[in-house]
Design a protein around this ligand. Structure first.
Ligand code: PLP
Length: 421
């Protein structure tokens, strides 16, 4: 029996209505930018498996180091113990994170890193005797699937059963270059009516909102406003982190740095699940006390797993390398040329790019998970390219190691799909 047949017996997949979408594709191998299925078909992974495998799948430089680490220390409790991979990773992260970040808190997925960021923001005020119980977030944001993360996500398409249990959140529009005064006005009204603990946001690019991109200056104004009102800023860089915007972090584009940063996905180069919530000394100090209850009582069994830390370290070393930095520049240029060409296509309404992320909106209406979207997905797969259109949008977020030839193939398949629509 094939993998996909055996899968149907016992497996419940994420984000899937199995009655409507009973089919899966059995993947047996991944190498560089190529996924191979159980029938031997090959696909270019043009979304780096949800933005994780940025240095290519099964990158030998990473797998070798993790295999070596496996021989000496596999897993150990991280309360009361520490180890070299975690310490080294904290040092490497602090070196590349925005300059105000100084403490690293470990967990194991993007949603949880946001959950922890929210808890840090709420407890920061609580520890100082101030009850601030409302958060601010962007419209259309996506921060994950745990309760805190769902609460701050504006894109809660299928969250109906849970909404009664959400945290209190006030929403503001995303900065588009024309609306920053309106946003500041809205913020002033919110602050005058509620006790705001924190602002949770995806900086510059909202991934799940179909790569919606923001104005740097507008975001700068919002962050400044938050600082002036002691609102803890929580940058969710789960998607944008580690080079995808053209800089190490999207927060590097703004002068005002976030108090807290959430990281996951390509943190471990796509090898193992891990997440980080980093914060400034100022945030950490609000928890540092003779009073035990002022500590952050949050912890996961696999916190700072040594293998995941080793993968992350290997990934950061690659990110800093000349090769990867040159690749990032090459992909940015290549996307620019493709963008200039494809925006003239009659089916394209608009196009946008930040770093190596490029997105094009079609002028044909599509449901987020509707038929046309499925049709496009199947067209891409049939032609050897793994892309997941979102709503009306086709986006590329390929591994940094994608070759020019592979990129050209991705572009061509997109253009052919538009021609057949
Ligand atoms: C910006 C952002 N935050 C949080 C998450 C949730 O991460 P995870 O799926 O690892 O829980 C995602 C996932 O796509 C994301 O894009």
């Amino acid at each position: 029996m094939s993998l996909k047949e055996r899968d149907k017996k016992h497996i419940w997949h994420p984000l899937t209505q199995h009655k409507l979408h009973p089919e899966t594709i059995g993947i047996t191998k991944a190498s560089g930018c190529i996924l191979t299925d159980e029938n031997g078909n090959k696909y270019i992974d043009a979304i780096a498996s949800w933005y994780t495998s940025m240095y290519g799948h099964c990158n030998p430089q990473i797998t070798r180091q993790v295999a070596e680490q496996m021989q000496t220390l596999d897993q150990v409790v991280f309360s009361g113990f520490t180890h070299e991979p975690a310490v080294k990773l904290s040092e490497a992260l602090i070196e590349i994170l925005p300059e105000n970040q100084n403490k690293i808190f470990f967990s194991d997925n993007g949603s949880t890193s946001v959950e922890i960021g929210i808890k840090m923001a709420l407890q920061y005020h609580f520890n100082q005797g101030e009850k601030r119980n409302v958060l601010i977030a962007f419209e259309d944001g996506f921060h994950g699937d745990t309760f805190g993360a769902m609460s701050v996500s504006g894109l809660s398409v299928y969250n109906g059963p849970f909404e009664d249990f959400f945290l209190k959140v006030k929403r503001i529009p995303t900065p588009n270059g024309k609306n920053h005064e309106a946003i500041l006005k809205a913020l002033e009204t919110i602050v005058s009516q509620h006790k705001i603990a924190g602002f949770v946001y995806e900086p510059l690019v909202q991934g799940a909102a179909a790569m919606k991109m923001h104005d740097v200056e507008g975001l700068e104004h919002i962050l400044k406003f938050c600082k002036a009102n002691q609102i803890i800023t929580v940058a969710d860089e789960v998607m944008t982190g580690f080079g995808k915007t053209g800089r190490y972090f999207a927060s590097d584009y703004m002068e005002t740095k976030p108090d807290i940063i959430c990281l996951s996905k390509s943190l471990t180069a796509g090898l193992l699940p891990m997440a980080i919530t980093s914060c400034s000394q100022h945030v950490y100090d609000a928890f540092y006390s003779d009073d035990i209850s002022k500590g952050l009582f949050h912890g996961h069994t696999y916190s700072a797993n040594p293998l995941a830390c080793t993968a992350a370290l290997a990934g950061i070393n690659l990110l800093k390398s000349e090769d990867i930095q040159n690749n990032i520049k090459r992909i940015i240029q290549s996307h620019k040329q493709f963008g200039a060409h494809i925006k003239l296509h009659p089916k394209v309404e608009s196009i946008r790019q930040t770093g190596i992320i490029i997105a094009l909106d079609l002028n044909t209406k599509m449901e987020r998970y509707g038929n046309l979207r499925d049709q496009l997905f199947h067209f891409f797969m049939k032609n050897g390219v793994f892309l997941r259109p979102l709503g009306n949008t086709i986006y590329i977020l390929a591994p940094f190691v994608i070759s020019n030839e592979q990129l050209q193939k991705v572009y061509q398949v997109i253009e052919d799909a538009l021609d057949t629509l």
